[in-house]
Design a protein around this ligand. Structure first.
Ligand code: C2O
Ligand code: CU
Length: 741
């Protein structure tokens, strides 16, 4: 029985998808709604972009054409027939599952993919033996576990979801009903793109020499190895970045520097004035004395709480040793106060002042940080949150407590903070991944709550480069809002994926007494071994204590809210969904004068790139490339113009469909956290798969090789920046400006 077409396939495989749910990611699927609905809507969405003529041999399309779908070399698998069935052909598309985050991962950080297999030339299975159908399977390179994906016939078949790092797909002829593993004849097989990653054949040096504090005459200290990859590439050990090292406060008498203190919470009202100063501070982190920066000597800077509609005046003074500025990230304020040197103001020199008028038009969670050498200044502690309350009392559900958390990571060794690049950033390719985790500016964050309490967490990722997959023990998280507003529909999540500069609002109810770890759980890559490994970092702990205080909010917490006003607001935006993109930006890379050995290793590693680089596992390689050697590029595909030469102009009130295509075919493809100043957008689709729960955002992560479609509402006049928020990418050229008249 050989059917044609996707519709029969999709409905027939609904039941077959359930065993996967149970085996691998059952809780995730429960959290995301019925798989049958999801799969058929994905199939419908793809019909526009991927329709292949029936009867032709399906194979992954070549190259990176700026289309809606992601790069086939990362999101498609050619299925190869066995030699005695040369007329059979197939391909498997790895589609991004619908998710409120920019990438779908399970709580351990495995990337999830919904598989869609297109096959042709399959003969009647009975002609091959005692078989009645074809079945697709996914398994790891060790053939354990095996997941039955569902039945396959000629045409398109929506199958189940997989969450393996490396996997194989097999299509076999089976008797019915099929078992838990394949027993019949294999007809097609293929490897996931990640399975192409194999161990290096070059010899590595053990990490040992690096653990002494080798200090170069220049003042640079090579970074420590990642504990999961304690080797390095021969030939790199004597190199150092091609710029001078910069450490804050060198030459300043530490006795004159204030000791930093924890963040203050400020409730400001319309018309209030805040004096804000960037100052050098002393700190002790992980037992090491360091000099950092702080706003008003605090870590993080003051938490500023206001009500929407308020305008505050910030009298800013620069007391650090470098020019700086303050940018109010995500706030749709007057252009002159946006804080971008070269675009809206001159940098504030050491000793200088600047007056910002910050108008808070929208409720939401925002933050502030410098827009000068963010790779160093933000990392050194210049950041703080802005919590803008709605005037509507029912904007949020009542909770027992609200907690604001800023996540960050610092790169340290036994002597303190690794120096930064002086004339240009170090770490310009990968970004500076830290090895010490900070929550609200300090390690070992602690929170104590009473059992039964419902807590609302406001989360911001202030890291230079790291994307988090954050869990609070096994607490079920209710996802409420993101950057600039509430989701259309609340939903459950087990972990929160936050790219640099992104924010999420989640609620949790702590039902059992005990201690929960706040963890970042990701799948990192050991490039030397060509293997993934689980990296789990504990950022802090939540103690749930017994006692009075269970607030009786359990029933309310269990209810997922639909925000009708957001649904109405988004309905008119959806009308733009199917029009072609108005603008397309290719996110790409140019390098020059990189050390030869480094280039060779990067080439060796380019057979596969992780769509999201979750960890800095090769610190020495990450450290060396500087902003003088690396130029990250935004290229307007219509005009060929790049970065600051793009200079788009829009009319106020326009809604623009912006397509971001992340070029996978560069020396080092990597995700980019794209941020639009002064405006807001919704994420319409990822790799051609529509998003079905919209929220106002200002930052979105575009995985390597992926295509993301945004609808940007251009409502705020002025000259605004659009850039990658990986601080080193921003400082290595990855920014442009546009004007709204
Ligand atoms: Cu937080 Cu220009 O960005
Ligand atoms: Cu980037």
């Amino acid at each position: 029985m050989i059917g044609e077409g996707a519709v029969g396939g999709a409905s027939r495989h609904c039941a077959a998808a359930s065993p996967i749910a149970a085996n691998r990611i059952g809780r995730k699927i429960l959290a995301m709604g019925p798989p049958c609905v999801r799969l058929s809507s994905i199939a419908a969405g793809l019909a526009f972009t991927l329709a292949a003529p029936q009867g032709s041999k399906p194979s992954c399309p070549l190259g990176n054409d700026g289309g809606a779908a992601g790069d086939p070399s990362l999101y498609c698998i050619d299925l190869v027939p066995v030699p005695d069935l040369p007329h059979v052909a197939g391909m498997a598309e790895m589609l991004p599952p619908e998710t409120p985050f920019d990438v779908a991962v399970d709580p351990d950080g495995h990337l999830l993919h919904d598989l869609l297999v297109t096959a042709s030339g399959l003969p009647d299975p009975a002609t091959l033996g005692p078989y009645s159908s074809y079945v697709a399977w996914a398994t790891t390179p060790l053939l354990d576990p095996v997941v039955r994906l569902g039945g396959v016939s000629n045409g398109r078949n929506s199958l189940g979801r997989v969450g393996f790092n490396k996997f194989l797909i097999l299509v076999t002829a089976e008797a019915s009903p099929p078992g838990e593993r394949w027993k019949g004849k294999i007809v097609l097989r293929g490897n996931s793109p990640s399975a192409l990653m194999q161990p290096h054949a070059i010899r590595m040096l053990p990490a040992q020499p690096m653990h002494g504090h080798a200090r170069h005459a220049s003042g640079w200290r090579p970074p420590l190895m990642h504990p999961g990859v304690p080797v390095m590439i021969p030939g790199l050990e004597a190199l150092e970045p091609s710029v001078a090292p910069f450490e804050p406060g060198v030459g300043v008498d530490p006795a004159t520097m204030p000791e930093a203190r924890p963040q203050e919470k400020l409730d400001l009202r319309d018309g209030d004035t805040l004096a804000l100063a960037a100052v050098p501070v002393r700190r002790t982190i992980a037992g090491r004395r360091v000099v950092m920066y702080g706003y008003n000597t605090q870590y993080p800077g003051p938490l500023i709480r206001v009500t929407e509609g308020a305008t505050i005046v910030v009298e800013f003074t620069n007391r650090i040793d470098r020019p700086t500025s303050v940018h109010w990230h995500g706030v749709r304020l007057e252009n002159a106060s946006d804080g971008v040197p070269g675009v809206t103001q001159a940098p504030v020199p050491p000793g200088g002042r600047f007056r910002y008028r910050v108008h808070f038009r929208d409720a939401g969670l925002y933050w502030y940080h410098p827009h000068v050498r963010a790779d160093a200044q933000q990392d050194l502690g210049l950041y703080g949150n802005l919590l803008v309350r709605s005037r509507r009392p029912d904007y949020f559900d009542p909770v027992d407590r609200e907690v604001v958390l800023m996540l960050d990571d610092l790169l340290m060794d036994g002597d303190g903070l690794l120096p930064f690049g002086d004339e240009a950033p170090s770490h310009a390719l990968m970004g500076r991944f830290g090895n010490a985790f900070l929550v609200n500016g300090a390690p070992d964050y602690r929170l104590s709550v009473r059992r039964g309490e419902v807590v609302r967490f406001f989360l911001t990722n202030a890291s230079n480069a790291r994307t988090y997959n954050l869990s609070l023990g096994d607490a079920r998280l209710k996802l409420v809002g993101a950057d600039g507003g509430l989701f259309e529909r609340e939903r459950w999540a087990e972990s929160v994926v936050l790219a640099p500069a992104e924010r999420y609002v989640v609620e949790a109810r702590f039902e059992r007494a005990g201690e929960l770890a706040i963890t970042n759980r990701v799948q990192a890559i050991n490039h030397v071994e060509g293997a993934f490994f689980a990296e789990v970092d504990t950022l802090g702990r939540i103690s749930v204590v017994d006692g009075p205080g269970a607030s009786g909010r359990a029933a309310r917490f269990e209810r997922l809210r639909v925000n009708d006003d957001v649904v109405r607001e988004m309905a008119h935006l959806r009308a733009w969904r199917d029009r072609p993109p108005d603008r397309t930006l290719l996110l790409t890379l140019r390098v020059r004068d990189l050390p030869f050995g480094l280039v060779q290793v990067l080439r060796l590693d380019s057979g596969f790139v992780n769509p999201v680089e979750w960890s800095g596992t090769m610190p020495m390689m990450d450290w060396l490339p500087t902003g003088r050697q690396v130029e990250w590029v935004l290229r307007d595909l219509a005009t060929g113009r790049e970065n600051m030469d793009i200079d788009w102009t829009f009319r106020r009130g326009e809604v623009v469909k912006l397509r971001l295509v992340n070029d996978r075919h560069t020396l080092h493809a990597m995700q980019h956290a794209m941020h639009v100043h002064g405006q807001r957008f919704v994420v319409l689709a990822k790799n051609g798969v529509p998003n079905d729960d919209l929220v106002w955002k200002d930052t979105v992560l575009v995985p390597a090789g992926a295509t993301v479609d945004l609808l940007v509402e251009l409502a705020n006049p002025g000259r605004w920046m659009l850039h990658c928020h990986i601080a080193e990418h921003l400082e290595a050229g990855m920014h442009t400006v546009f004007t709204v008249n």
